[in-house]
Design a protein around this ligand. Structure first.
Ligand code: C2E
Ligand code: CA
Ligand code: CA
Ligand code: CA
Length: 281
């Protein structure tokens, strides 16, 4: 953002000037970072409500750069989408996810990893082929992965979208709708699409304890999803009170700081080991 550019320097300069400079630097450094695979994946556990098992992990990209410092995905993902850099970036992320699955398997873990797929990448003509090629290169079955796409991604150009989702399912991917509740209000697509999970956006979970309206919406989403044979993930859960309410509503899976922030792979595996000991029998 504006006032925390490179080492806080931008604060002292003309804002427009430094914003333009930062974008230029971001562009150069992002291209280099994709080439040199400067990114890292962090992983956040998804925990089942019923028996507190770690049922899956969400991969979230992290980027620390010499010149820019830590750049949040909230900044560089939209930029990568605007410039088309999201496609090589996304492919590099899928490769890193494959490497992480291999590392986990070597340590005895078999837990599906969810990958966020940008609509720009999803809508590429050769999206499926490119994903398949990466998995083949790593000799990875798709059943090790989940794909998270936003409501917005699947709302558009419905026929093509349905066939892409069907093919992804046939390959063995699980499919989740991310940020559910923030997109368009039409729900008709839910019936047509082969979806496994709905992830209720954090904005609904945030005020679930204080706002009756949010509670009503979340309750309705959960009931609808269950009738459509989908699981429900609550995103951004931070407090025990939220868990209590979500339990009463029969939410299936909890993800959020309440259990863990996204962690680098080695820390995550330590976390899971500790978790297993705490949650046995
Ligand atoms: P998202 O997919 O909705 O990811 C959830 C975001 O919420 C993550 O932020 C996560 O760190 C954060 N979060 C998780 N639990 C909590 C909580 O309890 N409280 C709060 N306040 N936040 C929580 P992050 O990692 O900064 O990512 C932001 C967005 O950037 C993601 O939203 C996603 O849209 C995008 N993104 C991140 N990694 C990737 C990636 O590998 N590929 C693509 N295409 N997009 C990504
Ligand atoms: Ca996500
Ligand atoms: Ca989300
Ligand atoms: Ca989000």
């Amino acid at each position: 953002s504006k006032n925390n550019g490179v080492n806080g320097y931008s604060f002292y300069f003309d804002e427009l000037h430094t914003d333009a400079q930062r974008v230029l630097l971001l562009d150069t450094e992002l291209r280099k970072a994709i080439e040199s695979r400067e990114f890292e994946l962090y992983f956040q556990p998804k925990v089942t409500m019923e028996d507190e098992q770690i049922q899956g992990l969400e991969a979230l990209v992290r980027w620390r750069n010499d010149k820019l410092g830590f750049v949040s995905p909230g900044e560089f993902i939209p930029y990568a989408e605007e410039t088309g850099l999201i496609i090589p970036l996304s492919e590099a992320i899928i490769e890193k996810a494959c490497e992480a699955v291999i590392q986990m398997q070597q340590s005895g873990w078999k837990i599906p990893v969810a990958i966020n797929i940008s609509s720009i990448h999803f809508k590429q003509q050769n999206f499926l082929e490119s994903v398949q090629a990466i998995l083949e290169r790593y000799n990875m079955p798709a059943s090790n992965f989940e794909i998270e796409v936003t409501e917005r991604t699947v709302m558009n150009s419905a026929n093509e979208t349905v066939s892409k989702l069907v093919r992804l399912k046939q390959l063995g991917f699980k499919i989740s709708i991310d940020d559910f509740g923030t997109g368009y209000s039409s729900l008709s697509y839910l019936v047509r699409f082969p979806l496994d999970c709905l992830k209720i956006d954090r904005s609904f979970i945030q005020h679930i304890c204080s706002l009756a309206e949010k509670q009503a919406v979340v309750d309705a989403i959960i009931q609808m999803a269950h009738r459509l044979k989908m699981k429900v993930v609550a995103e951004g859960v931070e407090q025990a009170q939220q868990v209590d309410i979500l339990r009463k509503m029969k939410c299936d899976i909890i993800q959020g700081y309440y259990y863990s922030k996204p962690l680098p792979l080695n820390e995550l595996m330590e976390f899971m080991e500790y978790w297993e000991i705490e949650h046995q029998g």
